[in-house]
Design a protein around this ligand. Structure first.
Ligand code: EZ4
Ligand code: CO
Length: 409
């Protein structure tokens, strides 16, 4: 069997997605996701100009070998552009292998370890009543775990608060990657944030009781000692996890956080290889790995990461925002269903326009995601529909402190 085509499809139904379609000489096709929010064309060019020509004539069944070839032969290792491109190839080859075998990818990974994947949804509010309504809406939709993001007095535009008026004039609902020619500027005040957030969790606990799993994303904004302080302040409210409390480029910094708090920690949505996690896992400084298949080089290395993490009782909490396409989401649903150390799956529902381009067999029932039982990943692409939504320039926002200093977003 040989690969005869590798096409990169960039489409923007609601937001930009980069999809690789690999075709074999018997007409089998596989899809992979290389979407890199705000830098989509770099991943597309890497695939189209540098990777696709290397795939022609290769045996699509050699997944590990192809991964190693792309990772090592490029010489310039790692980085989100490289790893998103390799991820797309890896996913497409798993998709093809599943189709050849007539099995969903989770069966190739060892079969189901559970009936479905518990998902958490994103609730948010500019005020407490609005936040409570948002949590209730998610509970009504079946979610059994809720991420809570709140507006903060003294901060005008803050990550994760859907209804908050944005400098762009649009609502924040779907995702922060706004279309436009420049990144939108947001503001940040660490003290205001640290003062406000514990009270919000106290109010949520009082309203919804002690049992509902609650999560929170600090989105890389704190220093280790600030993160430690927040983790400690949130202990009475028993979080499922505190996410990305520091940027974590300095893995050693998490020792300090860990010494001070028993709030469980989840890190790594922007990480792209196991090396980004090495100290965090070996020293048991975190509880959940946040990588996505799309930004981590695909299913093959993500499997290795969770197997390494399993030895330290660390679980998965794969990144599932709308900037991971339905193909990328399917890849991690298959893996999450198969592994033993599944923790929880982030789920931001894709827009209905996105579903006109991607047809996914994945289901969300009673708070649980399932990738479905179609052979391969279970996602198709309507290329005609995709062509109707050409790329639109888009950037993630960035933050400045009130004195004008650029801050981590
Ligand atoms: O801001 O994926 O936990 N989820 C997140 C996401 C990220 C976006 C950036 O592209 O932090 O919403
Ligand atoms: Co996050």
């Amino acid at each position: 069997m040989k690969i005869v085509r590798a096409d990169t499809i960039v489409a923007s139904p609601t937001r930009n997605f980069v999809t690789l379609k690999v075709t074999t000489d018997d007409g089998t096709t596989g899809l992979g996701d290389a979407t890199l929010n705000g830098r989509e064309l770099a991943a597309a060019a890497y695939l189209q100009d540098h990777v696709a020509p290397l795939l022609i004539g290769k045996d699509p069944q050699r997944i590990e070998d192809t991964w190693q070839f792309l990772y090592r032969s490029g010489y310039w290792r790692r980085g989100p552009v490289t790893m998103a491109a390799i991820a797309a190839v890896d996913m497409a080859l798993w998709d093809i292998k599943g189709k050849i075998a007539g099995l969903p990818v989770y069966q190739l990974l060892g079969g189901a370890s559970r009936t479905g994947l518990r998902a958490y949804g994103h609730a948010s509010g500019a005020t407490l009543p609005e936040l409570f309504d948002s949590i209730r809406t998610h509970l009504d939709r079946g979610y059994t775990a809720i991420r809570v993001q709140t507006a903060v007095p003294g901060i005008t535009a803050l990550y994760g608060v859907a209804s908050q008026p944005q400098p762009s004039g649009e609502r924040y609902d779907y995702e922060p990657g706004g279309r436009g020619s420049v990144p939108v500027e947001e503001d940040w005040d660490t003290d205001a944030y640290l003062r406000h957030v514990p009270g919000v969790f106290e109010a949520v606990r009082n309203e919804f009781g002690p049992a509902l799993p609650l999560l929170h994303d600090a989105h890389h904004r704190l220093t280790p000692i600030q993160a430690a302080k927040l983790g400690k302040a949130l202990e009475p409210y028993n979080l499922f996890w505190l996410e990305d409390c520091t940027p974590a480029e300095n893995q050693d910094g998490l020792r300090l956080v860990r010494q001070h708090t028993v709030t469980p920690l989840a890190i790594g949505e922007v990480f792209n290889t196991v090396w980004d996690y090495q100290t965090l896992i070996r020293e048991q400084l975190i509880d959940y790995v946040r990588a996505s298949a799309t930004h981590f080089g695909g299913i093959t290395p993500l499997r290795k990461l969770v197997d390494y993490a399993a030895q330290y009782q660390i679980k998965s909490g794969f990144h599932g925002p709308t900037d991971v396409s339905p193909v990328g989401l399917a890849a991690q649903l298959h893996l999450g269903l198969a592994i033993h150390n599944f923790g929880i799956q982030e789920y931001m529902e894709h827009s209905s326009l996105t579903h006109t381009v991607f047809q996914s067999a994945a289901t969300f029932v009673d708070g649980q995601l399932h990738p479905g039982d179609q052979p391969g990943l279970g996602v198709g692409i309507d290329e005609e529909a995709a062509a109707a939504f050409p790329y639109q320039r888009a950037y993630l926002p960035y933050s400045r402190l009130h004195d004008g200093t650029v801050h981590d977003w």
